[in-house]
Design a binder for this molecule. Structure first.
Ligand SMILES: O=C(O)C(=O)C[C@]1(C(=O)O)C=C[C@@H](O)C=C1
Length: 284
């Protein structure tokens, strides 16, 4: 209970002071971003996304967070601030695949990008990829689960194709308000890719349950079997501290042959919130 000598008006005055300070700090952040646009030469490079920098900022937020404000709220506020200031630097749209359900995907987009950044839905990942080809500065959101359609990640294999830059949500927990696992796809500055978890498009023949189990021991694997042959197109997320070579060796050891292997992105190691509420690095 509050001590009797602290009055409600005094507490509200404190809240007003804090709200004003937060607003003034946001406006000051805007002035710094205006200077950053010149230093970073955003206009020349086209895209303002810096996933490695964002991952570092989110990690410090998670480590610092204490008190009664839910971590999700702090996470969403900082995400929306960053996404909006990215938009202010170089306008972009978020193209999202709605084929696995519009509500969850829209929630994820709004949680991470807010309402100022325009949102455009597509029925199918191919539509998202096509939109990114037409608008190189835009960002795509696609479900991280096994797709109903084809192996969309093979469209990211060319060196100048967009890459997977993040897997969201960054802080995972059972009842996350925007918990749909999604990949964000964009063309960031090549130096700015996060490489803690690396994503590889691997094409194999001799795909089998044994090969799936062998690769699955070392990495997260999304597989789209190739109907005509015993082949498959894989999207392999190699966790921090492991190498893709070990995954390839495991596939070969299980009787598969690897026909091609290309890096198609990377993202930060996520956090998982356990039952006691403490966030811990998930290692993947
Ligand atoms: O640090 C940068 O390079 C920025 O552009 C600033 C900023 C931010 O608002 O904090 C915005 C976009 C980037 O993805 C990372 C961070």
């Amino acid at each position: 209970m509050a001590s009797p000598d602290v009055s409600l008006p005094a507490l509200r005055a404190d809240i007003d002071r804090i709200d004003e300070a937060m607003h003034r700090l946001l406006m000051e952040r805007g002035e710094i971003i205006a200077r950053l646009i010149e230093v970073k030469r955003t206009a020349e490079t086209g895209s303002a996304f810096r996933p490695a920098r964002e991952a570092d900022m989110m990690r410090r937020l998670v480590e610092r967070h204490r008190g009664i404000l839910p971590l999700d709220t702090a996470e969403s506020i900082l995400r929306v601030i960053i996404a909006t200031f990215t938009y202010v630097q170089a306008p972009y749209r978020v193209h999202a695949d709605l084929s696995t359900g519009e509500a969850a995907m829209r929630d994820s987009a709004r949680f991470h990008f807010g309402f100022t950044v325009p949102f455009q839905g597509h029925l199918g990942i191919a539509g998202v990829i096509a939109a990114l080809a037409r608008n190189p500065g835009d960002l795509g959101l696609v479900p991280a689960a096994t797709p109903a359609g084809g192996a969309w990640w093979t469209a990211l294999e060319e060196p100048d194709a967009p890459k997977i830059i993040a897997r969201l949500p960054f802080v995972e927990r059972a009842d996350h308000p925007a918990g749909l696992p999604v990949f964000a796809i964009a063309r960031p500055h090549p130096d700015a890719l996060v490489t803690e978890v690396t994503l590889h498009s691997i094409r194999v023949s001799g795909w089998s349950l044994k090969a799936a189990q062998a690769a699955g021991m070392l990495a997260d694997v999304v597989a789209v079997p190739d109907g005509a042959f015993d082949g498959a197109a894989l999207l392999v997320s190699v966790p921090a501290g492991r190498s893709v070579d070990a995954v390839v060796a495991a596939l070969v050891g299980a009787g598969a042959s690897v026909r091609a292997q290309t890096l198609v992105g990377g993202h930060a190691t996520r956090y998982t919130v356990s039952a006691d509420g403490a966030p811990a690095p998930a290692g993947r």
